[in-house]
Design a protein. Structure first.
Length: 286
């Protein structure tokens, strides 16, 4: 079996570099809006369970500004063993082989102006007895614009098409299926792409999957700031703000009830504040 340790380190280094680029661009947007808001970074260490030594941790980045009402950009690298109950639900893990490593970046932005879409982006690399990448990005506008939706999807389609035949169609459909709130019978946004278990049978497969995952991150950094700048100066009224707050309630419901990342973090001793940074700063339920 391949020793994935150096590959985990390479992925971690990339996720940290992507974090730095995203945070710098978001702070630049705040400056353009006349705000001096910046990210505050809080390191954390994973809670160890009996028999575990060094179990890793991460850094939570959080900014509350004029444009970005609340945005979190987290990078974590953790390792250890799954609980017997949880191991059975994870690709390549079992009660007999509960060990894992996981490194990734997770981002959620809730915007002050309801004309600016909220967004989620995540990419990650995990190892158990198997090794795989996962991730994606999806747009969550309270006031959807067809132009924004089309541009967001076009950017990710171009990225997918450059890395694998049928990637976009498959991962768009996966996002449509995944980012759905069954008890509300609505999607939580206008979609994007979602992929998981992009397995690495050998080093060549790892390099190809890593290249795709990096491209997903770079695409997000390219397209989302364009949408923010396009909409952040539009005036809005109380009714539009109310619509945003109600939509945030739906977003919170999805993340607390269905989101795999939330469950993974809670089940593996992650930092509670970092895990729940995806929740909006304010929401309503009518």
């Amino acid at each position: 079996m391949t020793d994935w340790t150096p590959y985990t380190q390479r992925a971690k280094t990339w996720f940290e570099a992507l974090r730095d680029g995203i945070c710098a661009e978001f702070e630049k947007i705040e400056r353009e809006a006349g705000s001096d808001a910046g990210f505050q970074y809080t390191p954390w260490t994973r809670d160890a369970v009996a028999g575990e030594a060094d179990t890793g941790g991460g850094v939570q980045g959080l900014m509350k500004g004029k444009v970005f009402e609340k945005v979190g950009v987290n990078v974590s690298t953790v390792h250890g063993v799954f609980s017997p109950q949880f191991a059975a639900s994870i690709n390549g893990a079992s009660v007999e082989n509960p060990g894992f490593t996981a490194t990734g970046i997770s981002l959620v932005a809730h915007m002050a102006n309801p004309h600016v879409p909220a967004v989620h982006m995540n990419t990650r690399f995990l190892t158990t007895t198997k090794a795989w990448f996962g991730g994606g990005a999806d747009l969550n506008p309270p006031l959807p614009y067809d132009e924004d939706t089309a541009d967001f999807h076009a950017a990710f389609k171009a990225t997918c098409d450059a890395h694998g035949e049928g990637y976009y169609e498959r991962y768009k459909a996966w996002a449509d299926d995944y980012f759905y709130i069954p008890h509300r019978k609505v999607h939580r946004g206008v979609g994007g792409i979602f992929y998981d278990h992009l397995e690495c049978a050998d080093e060549a497969a790892w390099e190809a999957n890593f290249a795709f995952t990096k491209a997903v991150g770079e695409t997000f950094l390219s397209i989302f700031p364009q949408l923010v700048r396009r909409r952040m100066g539009i005036a809005f009224d109380a009714a539009q703000k109310q619509q945003q707050l109600e939509w945030r309630g739906r977003y919170a419901e999805f993340n607390l009830v269905y989101d795999r990342g939330t469950l993974f973090g809670l089940k593996t001793g992650g930092n509670i504040d970092a895990i729940l940074m995806s929740l909006p700063p304010e929401a309503v339920w009518s």
